[in-house]
Design a protein around this ligand. Structure first.
Ligand code: SF4
Length: 342
């Protein structure tokens, strides 16, 4: 199975800008851990086409991990805007500083040492260790889980099946070409063994696959029924003065921590009784007809948006922002600005 998959990967594996192709690897080229780490953190919960321009942008602005560590955190967060899950950007910056300060700017080579760094979980540690340092690790992401669940026709649903799938994936992993093997299974899941319509005739593992033999590979992995996300409610305020918008810096801890945002209320389980109490100052606040809906990992937010124009700039120790700063706002606040046609 390993040989068949690696032959397929040598011919058909994806070419990605942070990746070393097998022929280059054989010629002695090695992957740059900084570039691989950056791509892995960006591609968590982000597609390759959406994440790749950010990867280029970051490498251009911060060619080395030391450059990233030396950057202002606000600059990093602004450049991250649009990728979502901002804890990743905060951890990215923190991790770069630890690599600069504790590791002389060179990534540690073992899975165990990588796992101790902020923002690096089991998948990312296994991937960097295998791809960059040829460590025999067991790389398991969503693509690998899908492929393995089909090969072995696992009836237990996700997420409960996660650990058994990991163990099964480990029995197949190739210690001799650990990085290529891990990338090969991920590529198989991304390009052939896709969620809805797996292309079994082109699959190097079709002879071994129990779900394919059963006739319904797309029915795997089985999934537990999802509970609906709880809803939270809030209000956001768009205060305008001379073409600029009032922004606030969100508290460091919590959702979108440390990011710029629109002033507003807490986000609560019940609709607000007196939303205007959360306004940054008194004004002729007009509520937008359109509510903002935004889905976070653990809840869905319904945000009422209020707008008011001010001829003289009200007293505030927060920043007034022009278009440039607004471009770096988290998506939920960009949606809020859109509802008031700003
Ligand atoms: S045979 Fe089909 S279902 Fe099985 S691993 Fe290959 S593409 Fe996926």
């Amino acid at each position: 199975m390993r040989a068949g998959l690696l032959d397929w990967y040598d011919e058909e594996g994806r070419t990605l800008p942070w990746r070393i192709r097998p022929e280059d690897r054989r010629a002695g080229k090695t992957a740059d851990p900084y570039a691989v780490w950056l791509s892995e953190i960006m591609l968590q919960q982000t597609t390759v086409p959406h994440g790749t321009p950010y990867w280029h942008k970051f490498l251009e602005a911060f060619p080395t991990v030391i450059d990233l560590a030396n950057a202002e955190r606000e600059t990093v967060l602004n450049m991250w805007a649009g990728l979502g899950y901002y804890a990743r950007a905060r951890n990215l910056h923190k991790c770069a500083q630890i690599i600069r300060d504790d590791y002389d700017g060179a990534f540690p080579k073992t899975e165990a040492a990588l796992l101790k760094l902020p923002g690096i979980g089991p998948y990312t540690a296994a991937t960097i260790a295998a791809i960059c340092f040829d460590q025999a690790t067991n790389i398991v992401d969503g693509n690998v889980e899908r492929v393995i669940s089909r090969i072995f026709k696992i009836e237990e649903p996700l997420p409960e099946a996660r650990q058994p799938l990991r163990l099964l994936a480990g029995t197949l992993a190739d210690p001799r070409r650990a990085g290529d093997y891990g990338q090969a299974v991920m590529d198989l899941g991304a390009t052939i063994c896709t969620p809805r319509s797996p292309n079994c005739p082109d699959c190097p593992w079709d002879n071994y696959c129990l779900a394919k033999a059963n006739g319904h590979p797309e029915a795997y992995p089985k999934k537990s029924v999802k509970k609906p996300k709880p809803i939270r409610y809030g209000a956001a305020f768009v205060a305008l003065h001379d073409g600029e918008v009032l922004l606030e810096t969100r508290p460091d801890k919590g959702l979108l921590g440390g990011m710029a945002g629109l002033p507003g209320s807490e986000w609560t389980a019940e609709p607000l009784k007196n939303p205007l109490e959360a306004a940054p100052f008194e004004g002729d606040w007009v509520k937008s007809d359109n509510e903002v809906k935004h889905v976070f990992t653990h809840f869905e937010l319904r945000l009422d948006v209020y707008k008011a124009e001010f001829e003289t700039r009200p007293d505030s120790n927060q920043a007034w922002a022009d278009d440039y700063l607004l471009a770096g706002l988290p998506t939920v606040f960009k949606k809020a600005l859109k509802t008031v046609q700003f």
